[in-house]
Design a protein around this ligand. Structure first.
Ligand code: NAD
Length: 409
């Protein structure tokens, strides 16, 4: 999604809060944008070049934080929008961070492990001067993973010495945090559970459809299944599967481990990604790409709740249509904030040279998500606005206050 679309949500909140054009301008202008050309030798001896980006949006509340996406569709406008979302997300969760995002325009599925390593290290060679434990802390996002974060830590150390807090989402035995891998999925389920409870429903009595079966989608589906929820359909980039009686998620996870894809799973029928979004269910969870819910399909979606595990899955037109149709949207800047919250815990553990147990991490995540949910519902009720507007109001008030207190106005 473009920065204009994200800024429309920001603008609506700015008008509701009457913060004025000057402060809105300050809050929507990125601090720094870096664009680098990453030239590496491929395994077959060819030389290829890829465009890398890092956008640092706002540091009023602390060091900037945000993922690194490896995907063919990465471009400056998208990274700018995702960086801004990180500022609002860290503020909604009340984490002492600002927002940033980065990415490399590439298709990592076509790379060998060594090619991905070379590309990742080359990115660090180009951006190590603008990242750091107290300036900007990258993390995994679509197409990147814990191994890539370990290479970032290692390459950064060559310039600046041992600083594990420069990056989060690292492998657990390489200064990562227990509970980080499943954190975004767990946070998404906590968000869904809270909203369902407020509507006299429960995970164990509800049906779910999940688009995307990577880190976020697979953990979300697994945890929903463990909590008694019925997952009717899931998909990945190659297509989806559906079973109206509910998919056996542990069996599907085994199938994906063996074959690398959701398609071909014996316990369900095939369904396209397009049709999957229209399957009747209680909760629809987009957990893949942005921009999948638009004015072209929003009227055909048959769900009561949308929980945005992906970043920006709903564009502004679709958001209006869902509001009009009474479909409750749990916005990305709250619903998928479990990942950055546990990234914050990882950063704290790295700085303290401590390791917390998985139970401690899960309990602290639960406390952060439920506190933020209560903050959001208070605003929804007092201002009579949907949850996305409430989230932007909460975020803008926190970031705006920090910016004003630091004297940037
Ligand atoms: P991932 O790379 O682990 O998985 C992505 C999944 O989406 C894969 O199953 C892939 O096959 C599928 N996919 C890709 N293109 C698709 C398409 N065109 N149609 C349907 N499915 C498609 O990525 P992830 O980390 O799970 O991230 C998924 C989403 O969640 C992204 O929007 C990301 O920004 C967001 N997110 C991730 C985290 C995190 O901690 N990993 C945190 C917050 C938000």
């Amino acid at each position: 999604m473009s920065i204009e679309a994200t800024n429309r949500f920001v603008h609506e909140a700015a008008v509701l809060m009457d913060i004025g054009a000057k402060m809105e301008r300050i809050l929507t202008t990125p601090r720094r944008e870096v664009r680098v050309q990453l030239t590496i030798e491929m395994d077959d001896g060819r030389v290829e070049s890829f465009m890398g980006f890092r956008v640092q949006h706002d540091d009023s509340r602390g060091p900037m934080k945000g993922g690194l996406r490896y995907h063919p569709e990465v471009d400056p406008a998208e990274v700018r929008s995702l960086a801004s979302l990180m500022t609002w997300k860290t503020a909604v969760l009340n984490l002492p961070f600002g927002g940033a995002k980065g990415g490399i325009a590439c298709d990592p599925t076509k790379f060998s492990q060594r090619e991905t390593e070379r590309l990742t290290r080359r990115l660090v060679d180009h951006i190590h001067e603008v990242i750091g434990p107290y300036t900007d802390i990258p993390a995994p996002d679509m197409g990147s993973n814990a191994q890539a974060m370990a290479w970032i830590m290692d390459q950064y150390a060559k310039y600046h010495g041992f600083q594990p807090a420069v990056v989060t989402g690292k492998p657990v035995d390489m200064h990562g945090s227990l509970g980080r891998e499943e954190a975004t999925g767990l946070g998404t389920v906590i968000a869904a559970r809270e909203v369902l409870q407020d509507h006299d429903m429960a995970v164990s009595r509800s049906t779910f459809v999940v688009q995307g079966f990577g880190n976020v989608g697979s953990h979300t589906a697994r945890i929903l299944h463990e909590q008694g929820g019925k997952v009717l359909a899931v998909s990945d980039v190659s297509g989806g599967v559906i079973n109206k009686e509910g998919i056996d998620i542990p069996a599907l996870l085994d199938h994906v481990r063996q074959t690398g894809r959701v398609g071909g799973f014996a316990g369900a029928d095939p369904i396209s990604n397009k049709d999957l979004l229209l399957v009747p269910c209680d909760v629809l969870i987009p957990a893949a790409l942005g921009g999948v819910l638009t004015k072209d399909n929003a009227r055909a979606v048959q769900t009561k709740f949308i929980v945005e595990a992906a970043n920006s899955p709903t564009d502004a037109d679709a958001d209006d249509i869902f509001r009009e149709r009474g479909i409750f949207v749990v916005p990305d800047i709250f619903a998928n904030a479990g990942g950055v919250t546990v990234s914050y815990f990882e950063w704290v553990q790295n700085l303290q040279r401590m390791q917390w147990t998985a139970r401690e991490v899960h309990n602290k995540l639960e406390a952060k998500m439920t506190a933020s949910y209560r903050d959001l519902m208070k605003i929804c009720k007092s201002r009579n606005v949907p949850m996305r507007a409430a989230a932007f109001v909460l975020a803008l008030s926190r970031v705006g206050k920090a910016a004003a207190t630091r004297g940037l106005t």
